[in-house]
Write a protein that binds this ligand. Structure first.
Ligand SMILES: NC(=O)CC[C@H](N)C(=O)O
Length: 200
């Protein structure tokens, strides 16, 4: 696989920013909106947005089952923010009929940082990405409340009232961040994911 083809789930959310970041990280990014577009991809990015809407549209467009089938088959996937929620096996205080694609043995709490701190930025040190801190942008972000034994924690909030909260995880071929690396121009998370896709 010289240049991997990575699909960005394009039913809702900040799709364009991920396509740009994937190209910068050496992959070909394609929009995934129809079931037949799932077959040819080597990896999948689920963008930030609104997970309740994303879930409904994924089911309406007949994408839920084919996406689950590929994820179960080991397709590498990266979810940012709402995408993290879509990859989580469990949502804390889950209500209504919100479903996820699942695969990550985590419980996420939606809009976890509270109304006063709707959106904020913080520097994170992520060993896998090198010594330089990463500027992380959180927008009505979830955090990871529980992790199963197979889940590796990659980053935690480092200071302030939410210090210690888990905001980046990996489990096998699945990667998720609470924050939005696609909006900062720092493409290290996407490069890390592209490397995961290459070695899958
Ligand atoms: N920036 C985001 O993706 C926000 C996620 C949104 N709060 C949700 O619950 O889906």
């Amino acid at each position: 696989m010289t240049t991997p083809t990575i699909g960005v789930l394009a039913v809702q959310g900040d799709v364009r920013e991920h396509l740009v970041a994937l190209e910068a990280a050496g992959a070909t990014g394609v929009r995934v909106r129809r079931p037949e577009e799932i077959e040819g991809i080597d990896g999948l990015v689920i963008p930030g947005g609104e997970s309740t809407v994303m879930d409904k549209l994924v089911r309406t467009f007949g994408l839920h089952e084919p996406l689950r089938a590929r994820l179960t088959g080991g397709l590498p996937a990266y979810g940012s923010c709402a995408g993290m929620i879509m990859l989580a096996d469990r949502i804390a205080d889950g209500r209504d009929d919100q479903q996820t694609l699942g695969g990550l043995d985590i419980t996420v709490r939606r809009n976890a940082f509270g109304r006063q701190v709707d959106s904020f930025e913080a520097d994170l040190h992520i060993r896998e990405l090198g010594p330089e801190p990463m500027r992380a942008v959180f927008i009505r972000a979830p955090w990871v409340e529980e992790t199963g034994a197979a889940v590796r924690v990659l980053a935690r909030v480092e200071s302030g009232p939410a210090a210690g909260r888990v905001v980046a995880v990996r489990q096998g071929n699945l990667l998720a961040t609470s924050f939005h690396p696609e909006v900062t121009g720092d493409h290290r998370v996407h490069s890390y994911f592209v490397a995961m896709v290459r070695s899958a």
